[in-house]
Ligand binder design. Structure first.
Ligand SMILES: Cc1cc2nc3c(=O)[nH]c(=O)nc-3n(C[C@H](O)[C@H](O)[C@H](O)COP(=O)(O)OP(=O)(O)OC[C@H]3O[C@@H](n4cnc5c(N)ncnc54)[C@H](O)[C@@H]3O)c2cc1C
Length: 379
């Protein structure tokens, strides 16, 4: 997309986020639901397909544009982004990069238009940080795969029309070998979704368990090569890490903005609390870290687009920015004092919402392992 067109997209999204989502973010958090009209308007803006190819109805944004958009989306509740995050990210990318032409032309236009929602079903009870321990099986009975297994914490599962499921097609295999990626429509008999989980934060973004009980899955549901699904899962997660880092930059920016405004206007001892130097220190530390995080995200995105680095930068940015957001949110609560602990106050919500980013799409500990592995063995 040329710079002028992208500038317009960014401007429209910014206005929508600030004028239409921000005023309802407390409602979304309290009711644990995104209103239908917001979903429909997001679809109209093309947000269900920002990262999907133009040929299939998406916006086809490059990584540098993706992070700029994510910073805008991060300004409001992350549940908003989560609604269309899996279509563009972990689930959609698997189809874009590894799907056959018929799979791409069937699913991607529906995903880009927001007519269908796709979920990425990798995690199991004993396969989270180390998904190569997954035990779901998709065994051939000669005419189809028979899929059995249970996935948990699957984002958008209650809304999903399609699951990108990772299961062992070589039932006796262990580790990362023998795992395949399958496109499983939610309507197939034997697919059931549990009630949505009650979470600490990110109200309005739903996760659930998903059960596959002897689901008959046609052979042509396979994405990529049989037994090569683990690589598909890892590749889908890498781009998502940089996107998550940018969301954290947007959220940290909002937290700091709220804290500055409070420091300027709330009074103690007859003067604004912002006149106390220890409060100023909280703001200054957050600004410096936010600036570092934003610069890192833009630099990592440029290296991603040029092909120079698609692994080290995204992991380093996810590690730093998710942890940075935790610190910035914590300081913002501190600046608000007792008010920062009250429901309905933006920084209280951000404090709870922020916690997830250090856990999903690879915990901070796993990012450290990825970074160190690249440093020690950069092949
Ligand atoms: C709200 C939410 C949404 C999610 N959405 C999805 C989704 O859409 N699709 C999906 O497939 N999954 C999803 N997940 C799952 C998520 O990716 C996992 O929760 C995450 O990867 C951590 O795995 P785990 O929960 O099994 O924790 P564990 O892997 O059990 O981790 C527990 C602790 O052990 C540490 N640890 C584990 N292994 C190592 C190691 N080798 N070295 C050092 N430390 C280690 C971890 O860092 C962590 O601190 C979601 C989770 C949540 C909470």
């Amino acid at each position: 997309m040329d710079a002028e067109d992208f500038g317009q997209v960014l401007g429209v999204v910014r206005e929508f986020v600030r004028n239409e989502v921000v005023p309802r973010e407390t409602w979304i958090d309290e009711h644990d639901e995104i209103p239908r009209d917001i979903r429909d308007k997001a679809a109209g803006l093309g947000l269900f397909g920002w990262a999907l190819p133009v040929d299939f109805g998406g916006l086809g944004l490059a990584m540098a544009e993706d992070v700029a958009l994510a910073i805008e989306l991060g300004y409001t509740t992350p549940a908003f982004r989560s609604l269309f995050g899996t279509n563009n990210g972990i689930a959609g990318k698997a189809i874009v990069d590894y799907g056959r032409e018929d799979q791409r032309s069937y699913w991607l236009p529906k995903l880009a238009a927001g007519e269908a929602i796709a979920s990425f079903a990798l995690t199991e009870a004993e396969a989270g940080s180390d998904p190569s321990g997954l035990v779901s099986k998709a065994v051939s009975d000669g005419s189809q795969y028979v899929l059995t297994g249970t996935k948990r914490f699957i984002t958008n599962a209650p809304l999903a029309d399609l699951f990108v499921v990772f299961a062992r097609t070589a039932p006796d295999s262990v580790g990362s070998k023998g795992i395949s990626a399958l496109l499983v429509p939610a309507t197939l008999p034997g697919v059931t979704v549990g009630p949505h989980d009650a979470k600490m934060g990110q109200g309005g973004a739903w996760t659930s368990e998903v059960f596959f009980d002897d689901v008959a899955v046609p052979f042509d549901a396979l994405i990529g090569e049989e037994g090569k699904g683990f690589r598909i899962a890892m590749a889908s997660l890498a781009r998502g890490r940089l996107h998550i880092a940018a969301i954290c930059v947007g959220m940290a920016g909002r937290a700091l903005e709220e804290a500055v405004e409070h420091a300027r206007t709330a009074r103690q001892g007859g003067k604004p609390i912002g006149e106390h130097q220890l409060v100023q220190a909280l703001l200054a530390e957050s600004f410096a870290e936010l600036h570092a995080g934003r610069s890192m995200v833009h630099a990592a995105a440029a290296a991603y687009d040029s092909g120079e680095d698609r692994k080290l930068g995204p992991s380093a940015a996810k590690l730093f920015c998710t942890e940075m957001l935790g610190r910035v949110a914590d300081r913002a609560v501190q600046v608000f004092g007792g008010m920062g602990y009250m429901r309905g106050v933006t920084v209280e919500r951000i404090y709870r919402d922020a916690r997830l980013f250090r856990i999903y799409e690879g915990t901070s500990e796993i990012q450290k392992l990825v970074i160190a592995k690249q440093l020690l063995d950069p092949r």
